[in-house]
Design a protein around this ligand. Sequence first.
Ligand SMILES: Nc1ncnc2c1ncn2[C@@H]1O[C@H](COP(=O)(O)OP(=O)(O)OP(=O)(O)O)[C@@H](O)[C@H]1O
Length: 319
Amino acid sequence: MDTAIEVQGLRRSYTGRGSESSYEAVRGLDFSVRQGEVFALLGTNGAGKTSTVELLEGLAPPTSGQIRILGLDPFHERAVVRPWIGIMLQEGGLPSELTALETARMWAGCTTDARPPEEALALVGLEGRADVRAKQLSGGERRRLDFALALTGRPRVLFLDEPTTGLDPQARRTTWELVKSLRDEGTTIVLTTHYLEEAEALADRLAIMTEGRITVSGTPEEVMAARPSRIRFLLPPGLAPAQLPLSLPAAVHDRQVEIRTQDLQTTLTELLLWARAQGVVLEALDARSASLEEVFLEIAGEQNEWKRHAAAVQGGEAA
Ligand SMILES: Nc1ncnc2c1ncn2[C@@H]1O[C@H](COP(=O)(O)OP(=O)(O)OP(=O)(O)O)[C@@H](O)[C@H]1O
């Protein structure tokens, strides 16, 4: 079987208490994750990532829709599915008096076919901190201990919820290498992160969520290619904006020119040929494809724009 995770029409509502109305945090998701793939779920705060991942982990039943983890329902067939999955939570909640090794041993004691605790600690680079109590570990080291525990059961499907939050740049790179090597060994990984360069570095495919829905999805390259590239330069002295090549729609602010294009190579060639023919230098020339961060910010911006519009319409109606 090639598909590790299959999600269809997934919805999750939180029922309100007393006079509070219920809130639909997940509003109809469809996606699948192949075996041995890193799938990143991105989105602004409150987009519904954790609500979704909890359903995938079988911690709660969906309000409607279907989930299959390696062919089974993670909530109703939890006893079978649980040993296949590894979960790294945002807040580990570890007993603070135990050392790192004692914690890993305790965890291994509750796990079927557990990795030796020393091996789990070594995988995350904590072998030298084995005898340090959890409460004396740094925030980043505790995060790595959480990761070691998630790996203890040799999971086939691994859920990593913001795995590198609080890690220094070197520890973050080491974690990335570990994620890649787990993926190369065939582990399926669902990753949520607020670090877009992390998603760019690790994800085979990703989905960006806004308000409970997936707005865009695909490989990082596909997601970035869907947005225009941009070229910037300073308007050469003595030239008016109207003298720029007409076929290139440019926005000019003070002397700063910005051209957006779906075909960076052709547009850039046209611009450079024009500059040579004019005998002008394009100062501060900068041409780049959309980064994942730009795509993300644009989607988040569109969402805010839409909210402002909706509020204005509502305000208008009320008036
Ligand atoms: N137990 C709950 N009861 C009611 N509403 C909830 C509950 N848990 C989450 N929500 C709401 O559901 C929405 C989605 O929350 P969720 O934690 O899934 O978002 P997220 O994308 O993981 O956010 P973050 O990036 O901040 O972790 C939010 O508006 C949140 O307030």
